[in-house]
Design a protein around this ligand. Structure first.
Ligand code: NAI
Ligand code: PHE
Length: 356
């Protein structure tokens, strides 16, 4: 991918900034503000090229538009990428604070058309730091008036999606099923505990060895990161980065279903087609992982109680069942079915807004 390729897309806006002092390249992409201000988390990561960072931000922003629409949330889709010169853990605390301040300044330039929140490598404490400079931030700590971490609620939604998938495959419950979780971060850790509570046998992997030691102590089976895609399991749950499944991986994945929190799990449409041809159920990520959005937008924009957030999150299983039904009826991949459902809901919400 060249930088040119990464710049030509059909979203609404791309904002970038380079900070010579830290070596950071900032990207904010607004995919759609059709239903409301664009919302989407801030991802910090090291990318091989700026084109990769731009492309990731575009795909992630599109996924947020789909997530809002399919979840009936009155917001648009956007995303921030903070492309670091090295891995997040190698960035000194003072530099990180400076980076967050600059990112908050960038967000302010967008004057409320974009609101951020936590994502991979950012958390509630980081949202508090952003909030020192900008108001356009979800997921601050409770002490600062925010909804706090969205990770547990995201995991609750993923568990509901796993249960709906087990039902769809006539497996009954998750009891005794093997679930391989890739990424034991904020969401993965909660998901492991919740799925274990539902009786699943938990396999985990992460690139951070200290997390794996803790996982072993918790009684989970540890898998090497390089074996994640070749270890047999009932449900493979990507909960780290996206782009995990291309057509070659799909052709060999030893799983019955893919249900994870990671955004943009499939590399392309072809990967979804190959999974379908092998009878592997793929639960579209932007349906599965909406629990975070329900938590943040529900509480901070719509005034929901935690009980209402939970009620909406539990309905993720119903939305997924609808996706599986459309996929079967129209003979299309589940990803295409979820996009169809999102598009229908987007059109209905737009029509309702126009006639109001
Ligand atoms: P996190 O940064 O807390 O955790 C990610 C974990 O993945 C880390 O422990 C990291 O070491 C591990 N990891 C990175 N590369 C890996 C690899 N190649 N193999 C195995 N492990 C690897 O991130 P968080 O918040 O748990 O999010 C995980 C995913 O879920 C991301 O894709 C995020 O966009 C998505 N998501 C998160 C939501 C939230 O509320 N936090 C909501 C919706 C989606
Ligand atoms: N980053 C999370 C997601 O992809 C949580 C989030 C939702 C952050 C909505 C900001 C806004 O869903």
């Amino acid at each position: 991918m060249t930088a040119d390729d990464a710049l030509y897309w059909d979203g609404e806006l791309t904002a970038t900034r380079y900070d010579p002092e830290s070596g950071v390249f900032f990207v904010i992409r607004l995919d759609s503000t059709q239903l409301g201000p664009a919302v989407g988390g801030t991802r910090a990561a090291h990318y091989a090229t700026t084109a990769d960072a731009l492309a990731d931000a575009a795909k992630l922003a599109e996924a947020m538009t789909l997530k809002m629409a399919v979840s009936n949330l009155p917001m648009g889709g956007g995303k921030s990428v903070i492309a670091l010169p090295a891995a997040r853990k190698l960035i000194a605390p003072r530099t990180w604070t400076r980076i967050l301040r600059l990112h908050a300044e960038n967000i302010n330039q967008l004057a409320g058309h974009y609101w951020t929140g936590p994502d991979m490598n950012t958390n509630s404490a980081d949202m508090d730091v952003l909030n020192d400079t900008t108001d356009f931030v979800f997921g601050r700590s409770a002490e600062r008036g925010g909804a706090g971490s969205s990770a547990r609620n995201t995991a609750v939604g993923v568990l509901e999606a796993m249960k709906a998938t087990a039902h769809h495959r006539s497996l009954g419950s998750l009891d005794g099923r093997s679930v391989l979780i890739q990424g034991l971060g904020a969401v993965g850790t909660h998901l492991a505990a919740l799925a274990a509570g539902a009786g699943a046998k938990i396999l985990v992997t992460d690139t951070e060895t200290d997390l794996l030691a803790a996982a072993r102590d918790a009684g989970y089976t540890v898998v090497a990161p390089t074996d994640a895609l070749t270890t047999p399991c009932d449900i493979f749950a990507p909960c780290a980065m996206g782009g995990v499944i291309d057509s070659a991986v799909a052709a060999a994945l030893p799983a019955n279903a893919v249900v994870g929190a990671a955004n943009n799990i499939l590399v392309d449409e072809e990967a979804g087609t190959v999974l379908r041809s092998r009878g592997i159920s793929y639960a579209p990520d932007f349906v599965v992982n909406a629990g975070g959005a329900f938590c943040l937008i529900g509480q901070e924009v719509l005034g929901w109680t935690t009980a209402t957030v939970e009620e909406h999150t539990r309905r993720i299983g119903d939305t997924l069942a609808e996706v599986y039904a459309i996929s079967a009826a129209d003979n299309i991949t589940t990803d295409a079915a979820a996009r169809t459902l999102a598009q229908r809901r987007l059109e209905a919400a737009s029509a309702a807004t126009q006639s109001a």
